[in-house]
Design a protein around this ligand. Structure first.
Ligand code: ING
Length: 301
């Protein structure tokens, strides 16, 4: 048994006016709860430090850059890293990264139990659009504010297992899970901010969004025999609703826990990484069963 006690730390809404310090206090409260419930790892949402700012059309780059972090940890997040080291809890959270040479990424990091950053991922699949779209009920300008991730999909040996990261829209793409699956991933950590309504198809509401959330994550977990921990920033941010639905899915594709609210809500589950072994050695034994001579289109188009 290689068990990781995982805390999925769903966060409720973050308003445009909320400070990073106020948000970090909420993250620390969730981490204290996680410690009390014996967690080894806590997973937070995508862009966990701020409101989902890609919903706002901005033309002034200095205004845009106010939503980004220039280093990590930094003054606002240091208390979180200190608390993680005190509790000896590993953590994964997302934030907007502005690199020293001026690149903008939608980023997620993994720390070890001493709060050292051991892994970084930059979101590959950026949904939405780059220019103001008057046809949409609201904007989704990730292609305007972020560059596609340049690090690919990697895995890290951490907490006695093989862990990987993805962000939000990535979870809808089978390639995301398969590239990590081919590296033996046993647990994928994914944060998301998903609007409850579809800006382009007004009749698609939260129920359909929650269905696609479960469908995407359950398929990815089952088809690669891996745990998936998928954590929402939820609730209404300045009038714009985001779905909740934080969930943990086991290597058989079964949902083992799911959030009930659209607020700060902690889910904890003991994830036995050895539960991935059966699928990886039988039905999804990639080396035995895949026929790559027929898969060329996936990377060539
Ligand atoms: N959000 C949404 C997501 O992929 C979206 C965008 C919603 C795209 C629904 C397509 C359909 O969950 C982010 N941040 O990617």
């Amino acid at each position: 048994m290689r068990v990781i006690n995982v805390a999925a730390a769903q966060m409720g809404p973050i308003q445009k006016a909320d400070s990073r310090e106020a948000v970090v206090k909420r993250m620390i409260a969730l981490m204290d709860q996680a410690k009390a419930r014996g967690a080894d790892l806590i997973v937070y949402p995508e862009l966990a430090l701020t409101t989902f700012f890609p919903r706002w059309y901005m033309t002034d780059q200095s205004e845009v850059d106010r939503w980004f972090e220039r280093e990590m940890p930094n003054a606002a997040t240091m208390p979180l890293f200190e608390r993680a080291a005190l509790h000896q809890i590993a953590m994964n959270f997302g934030y907007a990264e502005l690199t020293p040479d001026g690149h903008h990424f939608n980023t997620s990091i993994l720390t070890d139990k001493s709060a050292r950053i051991v892994g970084k991922y930059r979101k590959v699949h950026l949904p939405g659009h780059a220019e103001f779209d008057a046809e949409r009920a609201f904007q989704h300008l990730e292609k305007r504010y972020f560059e596609p991730g340049d690090l690919g999909f990697n895995v890290w040996r951490e907490l006695d297992g093989i862990l990987g990261m993805a962000i939000c829209n990535d979870r809808r793409w089978p390639e995301t899970y398969r590239v990590m699956g081919l590296q033996g991933v046993e647990m994928v950590m994914i944060g998301y901010n998903t609007p409850s309504v579809n800006a382009e198809k007004s009749e698609e509401g939260p129920a359909k969004r929650l269905f696609h959330n479960r469908l995407s994550v359950q398929a990815g977990a089952y088809q690669n025999s891996t745990w998936v921990v998928c954590v929402a920033k939820a609730g209404v941010e300045d009038g714009h609703p985001l779905i909740g639905g934080t969930l943990i899915v086991n290597p058989d594709g079964e949902i083992v826990v799911e959030a009930k609210t659209e607020e700060d809500e902690l889910l904890v589950h003991s994830c036995d990484l050895d539960a991935t072994a059966f699928g990886k050695s039988t039905i999804f034994n990639f080396a035995q069963h895949r026929r790559i001579e027929h898969y060329g289109l996936i990377t060539s188009r």
